[in-house]
Design a protein around this ligand. Sequence first.
Ligand code: PEP
Length: 248
Amino acid sequence: MRGMLVAGNWKMHGSMHSTREWVAMVKAISSPTCTRVMFPPFPYLSTAMQVATSDEVAMGAQDLSQHAEGAYTGEVAASMLQDIGVEYVLVGHSERRQYHAESDAVVAAKFLAAVSVGLRPVLCLGETLEEREAGRTEEVIRRQLGTVLDRCGLSAFSEAVIAYEPVWAIGTGHTAHPDQAQQIHAFIRSQLAGRDAKLARMTRLLYGGSVKPDNAAELFSEADIDGGLVGGASLQAVDFLAICAAAS
Ligand code: PEP
């Protein structure tokens, strides 16, 4: 079956020193039943991998280019990430959609770029507060997910992870109520089931949005929540480990 996964998205935080310390602490505590993935800033990926030296912590990148290569200053190609041993990549995080104007079409192109070199995309979906208050949550999720499914095809999802991250819950301390999160996770699974029942059963659905050590267990006990994508609380290894323990 699916198995739990907890991912730490450091965003633009950390240093070479804190990266080394974090990986050393996390790898010292084994986690047989929960896959752990860290998403440090690009410059610290290699540092993290040097310290990791084991299967205890998988590496993820926070973004990638939709292009394979070329004159795109500042961009990082999927093949470069794959080349250095990165396994996962975030696609469509709300901060990319919001601050870098990434459309559903761009998100789909990045998803395809990741899959084409064997990276596992973590596709982020989620509504804004305005959209939720207007009763448009399911419509937004259907559109965000549907665009990627239509453009990339079902087979592209075989190694993918989906993260439901309500934008109003990210970095705000306003965690979605477990019932609220479960309802949207079940909706996402039903959208997948509408395309392929096995894919719906096998795809891991993470919740993201102010997950903390003290609310993780309740969220992870929901039937369709298979772990978390954790921002702020992943920066301290002890908090990240506590959240992983809640998933184990
Ligand atoms: C995130 O960065 O994806 C996130 C969910 O952040 P936080 O846990 O800080 O809300």
